[in-house]
Design a protein around this ligand. Structure first.
Ligand code: AMP
Ligand code: ZN
Length: 118
């Protein structure tokens, strides 16, 4: 399952070379707290497989991507934000503000979230 990319920050978190506050692990995904949180709950859910952007998601990756949402549901319940509401969002490429090129679902909650985002 693991396809580590040598210069990828999140692959280094997956291998344990860089520390993170990991709160969830499954066969296909892990989740850890964002180092610069934008909400009381701000968790990043990433696949174990290195996929750079949404544009690089292959036909064979659909169940992996689905598992990111399954993780979001579970973590939101654990964080106590499932009923009030939360956002699960993935940025793609520069105009959307993607800075780490290993796909990650931002799970944000614990406060009122404006729409549309900036
Ligand atoms: P994006 O801008 O969508 O690519 O999101 C990247 C996110 O990764 C940002 O919210 C950063 O705060 C977060 N981040 C960067 N480095 C780390 C790290 N070492 N541990 C946890 N989160 C990180
Ligand atoms: Zn990676």
């Amino acid at each position: 399952m693991s396809t580590a990319s040598p210069d990828c920050l999140f692959c280094k978190i997956l291998t344990g070379d860089i520390a993170a506050d990991v709160i969830y692990e499954s066969d296909t995904a892990i989740a850890f707290r964002d180092i610069n949180p934008k909400a009381p709950t701000h968790v990043l859910i990433i696949p174990r497989k290195h996929i750079a952007t949404i544009n690089d998601i292959g036909e064979d990756d659909h169940s992996i991507v689905g598992s990111l949402y399954a993780a979001a549901r579970e973590i939101a319940a654990d964080e106590g934000i499932a009923n009030d509401g939360y956002r699960a969002v993935m940025n793609c490429n520069a105009a959307a503000g993607q800075t780490v090129f290993h796909i990650h679902l931002h799970l944000l909650g614990g406060r009122e979230l404006g729409w549309p985002p900036g």
